[in-house]
Design a protein around this ligand. Structure first.
Ligand SMILES: NC(=O)c1ccc[n+]([C@@H]2O[C@H](COP(=O)([O-])OP(=O)(O)OC[C@H]3O[C@@H](n4cnc5c(N)ncnc54)[C@H](OP(=O)(O)O)[C@@H]3O)[C@@H](O)[C@H]2O)c1
Length: 334
């Protein structure tokens, strides 16, 4: 079967190849899926650049891709929850990417039945961004109706879902984007759309309950100033924090390193009397099944910027790496 692999850590143009590799064989605890579509997330190119190396070293070459939508073609004998022919979608486990391929063997705990109102291309766009956002907003920050939230980068893969999810929760939503995206981002439901090319969000909004940071660096630090005392800042952009290190059970040296990396943000959070959280998504098929219901209710629209073929893996990853996508980018496999 054909798959997009990376052969080592470094520049995409040097390390991405399309290759014929053997079909995976599902264990008795897995299902074998024919992948119809796989969406790309920034983590897919960041892995090649070595961003996750401290946490996990892949055996190379390694097939890329975490998000998928497809059809089950065989079922391990200990799997009871799925059957041959089921249309499923999911975000596979952290250490087992491989959805940019014609077939993949996956543990059922990462899967849910695909929403019936979405195509495979559309469904493949949701697992990673939707689970990350539901976990960050609801599980980490306990988001509630009528609270005010600032969502950075409303036109990105995360932002498009997050705006609609926050509106589903009946929150008041402000978001940032560039001039060309203002109108369609507004149409997703955002109450306030701030054009970061011509406006400064720090001068326009204040006393918010929550910030969802998808940009990191200085934006993470600055965003505290739109929060009221007791407000919550949740970031999905590194560096990970000590709480994450404890959750992942990493060694003391890495724990110490991450504590040092977070010194500034933690001090600033304390000074500004806000709560700061870093969140790294955890794939959970049960949560995804709940998301399926929300999607089937019509609350969430998928925005696909561009679709690439499997033999265009390098172009697709470079397109996402350029950081200007409007919604999601998909690799259409079948
Ligand atoms: N921790 C986790 O579990 C987790 C999970 C998912 C994603 N992430 C991370 O979250 C980040 C966002 O992911 P994504 O999928 O949304 O990325 P993406 O789709 O590649 O984001 C691209 C979008 O960012 C917007 N953007 C760039 N600079 C901006 C700025 N200064 N202000 C406002 N918007 C800006 C761009 O809009 P313009 O063209 O208008 O600038 C574009 O629409 C990535 O770093 C990703 O790795 C982390």
């Amino acid at each position: 079967m054909k798959a997009i692999l990376f052969t080592g850590y470094g520049k995409l143009e040097d390390k991405i190849i399309l290759k014929d590799i053997p079909m995976p064989v599902a264990t008795e605890n897995e299902v074998l899926i024919q992948v119809f579509a796989a969406s790309i997330n920034p983590v897919d190119y960041k892995i090649v650049q070595g961003a996750m190396r401290l946490l996990h070293r892949f055996e190379l070459p390694q097939t890329l891709g975490f998000d998928l939508s497809g059809v089950i073609i065989s079922v391990g004998k200990k799997v009871t929850e799925y059957h041959v022919g089921d249309e499923v979608y999911g975000r596979v486990g952290d250490t087992h990417p491989g959805t940019f391929a014609e077939y993949i063997a996956v543990e059922p705990k990462y899967l849910a039945i695909k929403p019936h109102n979405l195509s495979h291309e559309e469904a493949s766009c949701l697992p990673l961004v939707a689970q990350t956002t539901v976990q960050a907003l609801t599980q980490v920050c306990d988001a509630r109706a009528s609270q005010k939230i600032l969502i950075h980068a409303g036109s990105g893969g995360i932002g498009v879902f997050a705006i609609q999810y926050a509106k589903y929760l009946k929150m008041h939503v402000a978001t940032t984007t560039s001039t060309a995206n203002v109108e369609w981002v507004k149409a997703l439901g955002a109450d306030v759309v701030i054009d970061y090319k011509t406006q400064n969000y720090l001068e326009l909004i204040k006393d918010y309950d929550m910030v969802y940071d998808t940009l990191g660096a200085q934006t993470k630090l600055d965003s505290m100033h739109v929060l009221k005392p007791g407000g919550k800042l949740v970031s999905i952009v590194g560096p990970p924090d000590r709480a994450f290190a404890v959750r992942m059970n990493v060694g003391w040296l890495l724990k110490m390193f991450l504590s040092l990396m977070n010194l500034k943000i933690n001090r600033s959070a304390k000074k500004n009397k806000i709560e700061y959280y870093y969140w790294l998504m955890q794939s959970d098929g049960k949560l995804l099944a709940e998301i399926t219901k929300m999607v089937e209710s019509g609350a969430i629209k998928v925005v696909i910027d561009k679709t690439f073929a499997l033999d265009q893996g390098l172009e697709a990853l470079q397109y996402v790496k350029a950081g200007r996508t409007k919604g999601k980018v998909v690799v259409k496999i079948r």
